[in-house]
Design a protein around this ligand. Structure first.
Ligand code: PLP
Length: 372
């Protein structure tokens, strides 16, 4: 391939990205970032293989930064530093897999419970990990149906219970009520219980609002997965998983037993991702994120009002930037890269989604009504 061909391919991809990104209103990715200060690091073959809290023989790593990221995230998730363990993952899915894996190891042979509105990764993970499971109905607002959860745990009351709680569902932004889930566990009294919180997006929202729903380790969760490329914003997928340090001894042994050498799921891991998350957290600071989140929720409220004022029944969950409305025409879905599910769709007011964009989406919905 000639240099011209190479240049052309790179330019073609670049122009596609540039063209598409301002219209992306349907996916929860923050595109307002600039990590160019980190680019020089990309000239090295760095690798975070291994447990970030232990010594690694591969020295070009960013384990120290990774530990800082884990502890910063632990603070946000209300897990005291001395009780915290975790690592930077390849994204929310790996975090869910790790949390559910820890849960399985802690519980023995559990039954897992998750709602219909749970992210698709969870079903796949339960299959891969060979965990018996029940899908629980959802309420219309996207939260788990607590009565159905109680009945299901009760009818399996001999088995330890592994509950996967949504801290912000993908489609409706619903937060499962951890207080109610804990009360149901107390009431049904399975032999042991473990709660994994899937907090892919809202794990970086709820720490920064005035009146959050219960979401953290202070509400009885045992592990927590958050995506890095969603609210923080990242050019490559990444995330953080947290659990209690006390559980990791168990995991070390379990992994040794199956012949795997370390406490993380993947062996070689990105040394760049921790730098991105660290940079994002440090640059914004808590006040910065508070502002970003306040603006997002403000724009979401504006969107609900504009839709409603134009006769479109839109709504959103408390503290959520996800605006749910009736599925629009294929043109509107495509034009704004909206995510549909059955007869609904959503848009998400990430920082690049402005009030002007909302006005345009609403205008397009009116001009191109759904085909009946
Ligand atoms: C996006 C998302 C995930 C998966 O995260 P990835 O980073 O795409 O693997 C898991 N759970 C929820 C609720 C999500 O919204």
């Amino acid at each position: 391939m000639s240099q011209t061909d190479i240049d052309e391919r790179i330019r073609a991809v670049l122009s596609e990205f540039k063209l598409l990104s301002p219209f992306a209103a349907g996916y929860p990715v923050n595109q307002s970032f600039d990590y160019s200060e980190l680019y020089p690091l990309l000239a090295f073959s760095a690798n975070n293989v291994g447990d970030p809290f232990r010594h690694s023989r591969y020295q070009s790593n960013t384990h120290e930064t990774e530990r800082e990221v884990v502890l910063a995230m632990a603070k946000l998730a209300r897990l005291p530093a001395e009780e915290a363990w975790g690592y930077v993952t390849s994204g929310g899915t790996e975090g869910n897999m790790y949390g559910i894996y820890v849960g399985r190891e802690m519980l023995g042979d559990p039954v897992a419970y998750f709602s219909e509105d749970t992210h698709y990764s969870v079903r796949k993970i339960l299959h891969v990990l060979n965990v018996r499971n029940f899908m629980i109905r959802s309420l219309d607002n996207g939260e788990i149906d607590y009565d159905d959860l109680r009945e299901s745990i009760r009818s399996n009351s001999q088995a330890p219970a592994l509950v996967i709680a949504n801290i912000g569902t993908t489609m409706k932004g619903a937060v499962d009520d951890l207080d109610r889930i804990r009360a149901i566990i107390d009431e049904t009294a399975p032999p042991r219980a473990y709660i994994h919180a899937d907090a892919a997006l809202s794990g970086m929202i709820l720490p920064f609002v005035d009146d959050p729903q219960p979401f953290g380790f202070d509400s009885g969760i045992d592990s927590f997965a958050v995506s890095g490329h969603k609210l923080i914003g990242s050019p490559l997928p990444c995330g953080v998983v947290l659990t209690r340090k006390a559980y990791t001894a168990r995991i070390g042994r379990a992994i040794e037993y199956v012949g795997v050498l370390d406490t993380t799921l993947s062996g070689s891991r990105s040394a760049f991702a921790p730098m991105i998350i660290w940079y994002g957290l440090t640059r914004h600071g808590a006040d910065g994120f508070r502002q970003v989140v306040a603006n997002m929720l403000d724009t979401a409220e504006y969107a609900v009002r504009q839709f409603n004022a134009n006769g479109i029944p839109a709504w959103r969950a408390e503290n959520s930037p996800i605006v749910v409305f009736p599925r629009p025409s294929p043109y509107v879905l495509f034009q704004w890269q909206l995510a549909p599910l059955g007869d609904i769709a959503h848009l998400i007011t990430m920082p690049h989604v402005t009030r002007e964009i909302i006005d345009e989406v609403v205008a397009d919905c009116l001009e191109w009504p759904p085909v009946k």
